[in-house]
Design a protein around this ligand. Structure first.
Ligand SMILES: C[S@@+](CC[C@H](N)C(=O)[O-])C[C@H]1O[C@@H](n2cnc3c(N)ncnc32)[C@H](O)[C@@H]1O
Length: 227
């Protein structure tokens, strides 16, 4: 694929270089907000021995975060990019078999039905060629009564929230204006807005659906329980 095709096609797997760039510059700023999700949603409350799935786990930062805080938690990460999975496996090696990572598309995961106590996906749905199919897969592998949390860039985001994210991202000062444009055009642009997320949620076997903005960030989240 030529450079133009790579820039245009957001559904192809991350290359080695993109994985490295993401791991060094973007993932740390995303990881800075994990505690926000954990606290705002009580994400891991009562989940001391939960079995968790992270869809689009990237380099495994969220899984590492959970492994450190909840010694009883077991988890699986899934990512389309073999390079991201290699990074995740390296990062998760200290936690042994309770933290694993597999290369797979979110749209067709080699995982059994009704298996997980929590399914999380951060920043991944915008890459899926069929978002409803990917979300239906996430719900399929959840146990009934268990929680789905999907966090994604908000196409209807506010400029001041993009500026805040740029400020928190560990890039050189002069690169920050470029990051802001990149986020708007390449990240939020191909993503979805709250209305589209609500429409997708209506088609899934889930209840207690909440679609909301991530406060202070150019992102949105879907939080729901499998029926
Ligand atoms: C923006 S990164 C987010 C990584 C991580 N969740 C985080 O919060 O730092 C998006 C990830 O989704 C993965 N991805 C893209 N398309 C995918 C698909 N169809 N199935 C699974 N993973 C996919 C990419 O390889 C990449 O690692």
């Amino acid at each position: 694929m030529n450079l133009f095709g790579m820039v245009k096609d957001s559904t192809r797997p991350y290359t080695r270089l993109e994985s490295k760039f993401y791991d060094h510059f973007i993932a740390p700023s995303v990881a800075g907000f994990y505690s926000h999700f954990e606290q705002a949603l009580g994400l891991m409350d009562g989940m001391d021995d939960a079995f968790v799935l992270d869809v689009g786990c990237g380099g495994g930062q969220l899984l590492e975060y959970m492994a450190k805080r909840r010694p009883g938690v077991r988890a699986v990460g899934v990512d389309l990019s073999g390079d991201q999975i290699r990074r995740a496996r390296k990062r998760l090696a200290p936690y042994g078999s309770r933290m694993s990572a597999i290369t797979s598309s979110a749209l067709d995961m080699p995982l059994p039905d009704n298996e997980f106590d929590l399914v999380v996906s951060i920043g991944c749905i915008k890459h899926w060629p069929d978002r409803l199919k990917g979300l239906a897969e996430c719900v399929r592998v959840l146990k009934p009564g268990s929680r789905l949390l999907v966090v994604e860039a908000d196409r209807g985001c506010r400029l001041e929230d993009v500026a805040y994210l740029a400020q928190k991202t560990p890039l050189p000062f002069l690169a920050k204006p470029i990051f802001r444009i990149f986020y708007l055009v390449k990240v939020a642009g191909p993503s979805l807005d709250m209305e589209e997320m609500r429409e997708l949620a209506k088609k899934l076997p889930i209840k207690k659906v909440r679609v909301s903005r991530v406060p202070g960030l150019p992102g949105l989240m879907l939080d729901a329980i499998k029926k």
